[in-house]
Design a protein around this ligand. Structure first.
Ligand code: ZN
Length: 287
């Protein structure tokens, strides 16, 4: 139906967005016949400092899945806003600037104004397991690529375990998981949280989701005050005063253009891996 301006509104797929929620069943079936691939983006609603929207990890996973789906002309499942965390161990607590016997789950530091939507680990595992069962056994896809936007140790462990289990059970189905937007060639140690890199990638993919004016204009950012943490601190190499390293400060090194380049480079890496490992050709039309 024409809109108020008299032009036909475009469907998401006509704009390169293969979100399964907006596809007709015949489009899903045709894509499944073509390469059997479906993407599953997931990550929780989570505190990401005062300057980033709380959907950050999921939004990055969503955008990355959308990018890959366009390349492979395959559906991506509507993003699941689920993720999990655990209590932090004494060495990590000390690195962050807390007492070694504190009880802190994930990025939910006591001074945060809103808690994160972490599901219990066993609930998270059950939901992902059922999602994989749905995609393989019920919807009959042959390859599932999970785009996991959340890097908690126990989240990664659950996904590793489920991938091994599903892959061992049947030779005709394959599942693996990847991070969105962090090229393997770039990432060596731990990834920071709500620091310059993530801030830049979020603004690059979802403009308007970053507001640096919500941070103090100057002064050091203590880990315990903002739950903005650099990768070295997660590797238990903190600064002496447990503050964010200047090199990772989003107020100084905010760069959406750089963020866009990282996401694209990471996408190219994953696309090549999927082609090589699963023998799936990309079928994106040149435009
Ligand atoms: Zn994040």
């Amino acid at each position: 139906m024409p809109d108020a301006n008299g032009s036909e509104p475009k469907r998401p797929i006509e704009q390169g967005d293969w979100n399964m929620a907006f596809l007709f069943p015949q489009e899903v079936a045709a894509a499944r016949e073509r390469n059997g691939l479906v993407l599953l983006p997931l990550a929780p609603v989570e505190w990401h400092g005062p300057h980033l929207v709380m959907g950050c990890d999921n939004l990055l996973a969503h955008a990355f899945a959308r990018r890959l789906a366009r390349e492979f002309q395959c559906p991506y499942f509507p993003p699941l806003f689920i993720g999990t965390e655990r209590e932090r161990n004494p060495n990590m607590l000390e690195s962050l600037g807390f007492a070694r016997d504190a009880f802190i789950e994930g990025m939910d530091f006591p001074k945060n104004s809103v808690a994160s939507a972490y599901f219990r680990e066993e609930v998270f595992a059950a939901v992902v397991r059922d999602a994989l069962h749905i995609l393989f056994a019920r919807m009959r896809f042959r390859h599932v690529l999970i785009v996991n936007g959340h890097g908690a140790d126990n989240q990664r462990a659950v996904l590793d375990r489920l991938c091994r289990e599903f892959n061992a059970g049947c030779a005709s189905r394959r599942v693996r998981w990847v991070y969105p937007g962090f090229p393997r060639s770039l990432v060596a140690g731990a990834i920071g949280h709500a620091a310059a890199e993530e801030t830049s990638m979020l603004e690059a993919t979802w403009p308007g989701s970053v507001d640096l004016s919500r941070l103090p204009a100057t002064g050091k950012l203590h880990n315990v005050d903002y739950a903005i943490v650099d990768g070295e601190t997660f590797d238990c190499v903190p600064t002496p005063d447990h503050t964010l390293r200047e090199a990772q400060d989003p107020r100084i090194h905010f760069d959406p253009h750089w963020g866009e380049q990282q996401v694209e480079q990471a996408a190219r890496e994953v696309i090549e891996e999927v082609k090589a490992e699963w023998l799936i050709e990309s079928s994106a039309k040149a435009d």
